[in-house]
Ligand binder design. Structure first.
Ligand SMILES: Nc1ncnc2c1ncn2[C@@H]1O[C@H](COP(=O)(O)OP(=O)(O)OP(=O)(O)O)[C@@H](O)[C@H]1O
Ligand SMILES: [Mg+2]
Length: 487
């Protein structure tokens, strides 16, 4: 069978090029350069790796004048696997390699395949194994175990076979390059699409942020107007009641005096009157009426105070800073939050410990500052309530919920410092890093929007040129510090 093949291959047209008679073949070198060009034109780079010098010469001779798709071949020659290892990395655009197996060792060629595919990660170059000793590298196991593209024994390589093998390898390389080119183009397109998508979603997030901010601002402005209006409306009737209470007090006093005179003058007014005096409990009424009027006066004073707080709190901010008593602003805020501070079925009243420094009103934007106080104190109350989870009323009573508010003037730095500290749940480091981010909240939907602190920081830092910072320890509590320069 083999003999027949050899015979067939040995005819004139299809000469077996590795036949021993082909000794000493010499041919002229083409004018090649290192850039993959032959005679100045683009060429296919191919590498011959074989320790037999004659194989190189014969292959070159057999492929002499060869061209595929208008491009000639440019040869690179390595006479050992070691030499090939140095050459191949310099030519990542090699189209294919004719590779001998047995060179410095029995599997030098196979190791080179692994080096090319795995270490250089070159999956594009076509590799055609060409061995003179197929016993060292049996075809089936080699083609399964090694990423090669063809397997030939040297004896089967006639000139025609060499040419068809070369064409098949180049065609396959060309197709693979085309696919690779398309893959790269697709990857670039994909990346740019991804970038566009991320730009778009970033823009969307910005838009949502701005929208929320606008809604928040509008809501605050509307609430401010509403509160100021209501506070104003309350003020008039309360003033009226308060004024009249003074008259009522006087009149009631007079009536009581008159009654006393009557009783002295007519100690025995008759049965009817005595009965009436008793059934109406006039003695008690006379005693209680002044207290009643006093408590009514107290009530109206409180209503007047609340209305003043509301107006203070909702003060529409002018474009210029105005003189404002920080402590009055803080007290107004506390009064508005009174309903959240007072005792309920789960816990006693939250203690508020005030430690105000002694300094005069400062120039600032009062509406914004009271909004900051409001956000910080409301957050503190939330944190206290979260910390109360799982604690009984009695436990909370023995270690009460507390908010400490301190202010001080730093004359040297010309700043005021406001500290609002709670002994609530505190924060982990991960949460603390994010609290000033827009829309960051750990509260359930509907309870927190995650805007409070980012707006507060904006008000303190951008509008007042100050700073808003936070110290917190999980399970210990939190302190927020507002520092504002005073001119
Ligand atoms: N005093 C505090 N103690 C513990 N955690 C706090 C405290 N203040 C703020 N945080 C944390 O910071 C987060 C962000 O606070 P921020 O005020 O910005 O939003 P929010 O309170 O969740 O919602 P809202 O927009 O209604 O204020 C809170 O969800 C909470 O996790
Ligand atoms: Mg908040």
């Amino acid at each position: 069978m083999i003999n027949e093949n050899l015979k067939e291959q040995n005819n004139e047209d299809d000469e077996l090029i590795f036949a021993p008679e082909d000794d000493e073949l010499v041919f002229a070198e083409e004018d090649e350069d290192d850039e993959g060009e032959v005679n100045g034109a683009e060429a296919w780079k191919i590498m011959l790796v074989d320790d037999d010098e004659q194989v190189h010469q014969v292959t070159k001779l057999a492929l002499r004048g060869f061209s595929f798709e208008g491009k000639a071949l440019k040869f690179f020659c390595a006479f050992s696997a070691r030499e090939a290892r140095q050459l191949i990395p310099q030519h990542p655009d090699l189209a294919f390699i004719f590779l001998d197996v047995v060179m410095e060792s029995n599997d030098a060629g196979l190791k080179l395949v692994k080096y090319i595919r795995e270490e250089l990660n070159n999956r594009l170059v076509r590799i055609v194994l060409r061995t003179g000793q197929p016993g060292e590298a049996p075809e089936t196991s080699v083609i399964i175990d090694y990423d090669i593209n063809d397997y030939k024994t040297k004896t089967e390589l006639t000139q025609h076979k060499l040419v068809t093998t070369t064409i098949a390898a180049l065609r396959s390389y060309r197709d693979i390059m085309e696919i690779e080119k398309n893959r790269k183009t697709l990857a670039v397109m994909n990346n740019s699409l991804k970038e566009q998508a991320s730009d778009l979603s970033q823009a969307l997030r910005e838009l949502q942020k701005t929208q929320l901010q606008l809604i928040q601002k509008e809501k605050m402005a509307f609430l401010g107007q509403l509160i100021t209006g209501v506070a104003h409306e309350i003020n008039n009737p309360v003033g009226y009641i308060f004024g009249n209470l003074a008259h009522a007090e006087q009149d009631v006093g007079n009536l009581i005096k008159l009654l006393e005179i009557y009783q002295e003058t007519f100690p025995n007014p008759g049965e009817d009157i005595r009965e009436k005096l008793e059934s109406l409990e006039i003695d008690y009424v006379v005693e209680d009426l002044p207290d009643l009027i006093d408590s009514m006066k107290e009530g109206t004073v409180r209503i007047a105070e609340i209305s003043k707080s509301l107006r203070n709190f909702a003060r529409a901010d002018s474009t210029e800073a105005v003189l404002f008593d920080i402590h009055e602003g803080m007290d107004s805020t506390l009064k508005i939050l009174k309903y959240r501070l007072k005792a309920n079925s789960e816990r006693p009243e939250i203690e508020v410990i005030k430690n105000y420094g002694n300094f005069p009103p400062i120039k600032c934007y009062p509406g914004q500052l009271t909004q900051v106080f409001m956000n910080l104190i409301a957050n503190a109350i939330d944190a206290l309530e979260e910390g109360n989870q799982g604690r009984s009323y009695e436990e909370i009573k023995s270690n009460p919920n507390r908010i400490a508010i301190a202010t001080e003037l730093n004359e040297k730095e010309n700043t005021i410092l406001i500290r609002i500290k709670d002994n609530g749940i505190g924060m982990s480091r991960e949460v603390k890093e994010k609290i000033f981010e827009h829309l960051f909240t750990t509260k359930p939907a509907g309870k927190g929007t995650g805007l409070g602190l980012s707006i507060s920081r904006q008000f303190v830092e951008e509008k007042h040129g100050g700073s808003l910072s936070c110290i917190s320890e999980l399970g210990e509590g939190t302190e927020f510090r507002i520092e504002i320069p005073v001119s």
